[in-house]
Design a protein around this ligand. Structure first.
Ligand code: ZN
Length: 373
């Protein structure tokens, strides 16, 4: 199959639910902001710095991977830095054809130069407001909501959950926990999740990326997560039977038996729990062997609520359009599949239902109707 041109995918409306603010900076901005605050970088040439980020994230070394975030977070410790990074994030996503995005970050990681949690949130929101206004003026409107992330290994989740609820009417649409899964189960943060549920608030949990089914099970059945960040290891609860015996079909022919879902995988599919899958990032961290072997194909075929995301655009050298292009190349997917993924994501967003419907019915469906015509 010839596939769809990357340039055409850029023009199609896209929805992004899983993208880290500190994982999507422009290399040139890092160089400028680092110069202003006296932070040492591996390179001060923007192009070489961009390559360094991707190579470090590709290296398979956790230390080098974490080092990448040390550099981005270091230049996001002032209101000016946060404002600029948020504004450019909005502009970059809009230029890539993203019409709705939920961008996450951990406010507790931006306090090194004296900002308070509230000032961090306000600086980020001001940057997004300015970026979205400029994008709309350019004729490429984008709506952005933020998710406040608490770090799994830290002990500030309750405080961050309260911060998220405090700003729910001015831009925060949800909560998340992130960081190393192994040894830091989500149940350590039960108080925060129970608080959020009492507040009728939304949250997602990074689970089933590096760590297996128990992490996913806890996120859903103990913590009550609305969505799963990644959820790749859910395939461990699905038994493929493609090589097994064929069963007779109603029409007299034979067809291979479908994969068998375990109880947890069944639950996730039955409840339409959205999976925030990030193909390139999952390959870099070893959660999937390659794009071609990524479980997203199986989960799509089994009609899980699959969504496609970027995770860290800088570290993966990617964009929403690039992730979608890779999937069309690997699986022969066309506009039908891309529309399905986009509507899945919009249905799974944390903004109110009526506002999701407007984007689906007035922006996404009309655009894909033309592409499919
Ligand atoms: Zn992530």
């Amino acid at each position: 199959m010839a596939g769809i041109a990357h340039s055409d995918i850029i023009k199609a409306p896209k929805v992004l639910l899983h993208d880290h603010l500190d994982g999507g900076l422009r290399p040139a901005t890092i160089v400028e902001l680092a110069g202003a605050v006296g932070h040492q970088l591996p390179s001060t040439d923007p192009e070489r710095l961009g390559e360094w980020f991707v190579a470090a994230a590709d290296s398979g070394s956790l230390e080098r991977y974490l080092e990448t975030f040390a550099h981005t977070v270091a230049v996001m410790q002032t209101e000016e830095g946060l404002h600029r990074v948020a504004k450019e994030c909005a502009l970059d996503l809009s230029a890539d054809g993203v019409v709705y995005a939920e961008i996450r970050y951990a406010p507790e990681q931006h306090l090194e130069r004296g900002l308070t949690l509230d000032r961090v949130v306000e600086a980020v929101h001001a940057g997004f407001r300015e970026g979205c206004a400029e994008a709309a003026a350019n004729g490429r409107p984008i709506r952005i909501g933020t998710l406040l992330t608490a770090m799994r290994h830290a002990a500030r989740s309750q405080e961050i959950a309260e911060l998220a609820v405090r700003y729910r009417d001015t831009g925060v649409v949800g909560f998340d926990i992130a960081g190393a899964e192994a040894g830091f189960p989500p149940t350590r943060h039960l108080d925060a999740f129970e608080y959020l549920q009492r507040e009728n608030f939304h949250f997602t949990i990074h689970a089933g990326e590096a760590f297996g089914l128990p992490s996913i099970w806890q996120a859903i059945q103990w913590c009550g997560a609305d969505r799963l960040g990644h959820g790749v290891r859910l395939v461990d609860d699905i038994t493929p039977t493609t090589a097994g015996p064929s069963a007779p079909s109603m029409t007299g022919g034979t067809h291979s038996a479908p994969p068998v879902l375990g109880r947890l995988a069944s639950y996730v599919r039955d409840k339409r729990i959205p999976l925030e899958m990030c193909p390139s990032s999952n390959v870099q961290t070893g959660a999937a062997p390659s794009i071609a072997e990524h479980p997203i194909k199986l989960l799509h075929d089994l009609r899980f609520r699959v969504t496609v995301n970027t995770d860290n655009r800088l570290m993966s050298g990617t964009s929403m359009s690039r992730e979608m292009t890779l999937l069309t190349e690997a699986f022969g997917w066309g506009w039908m599949e891309l529309q399905w993924l986009t509507i899945n994501a919009m249905k799974s967003a944390f903004i109110p239902y009526d506002e999701r419907l407007v984007l689906i019915n007035e922006v996404i469906k009309p655009a894909y109707a033309k592409l499919l015509a």
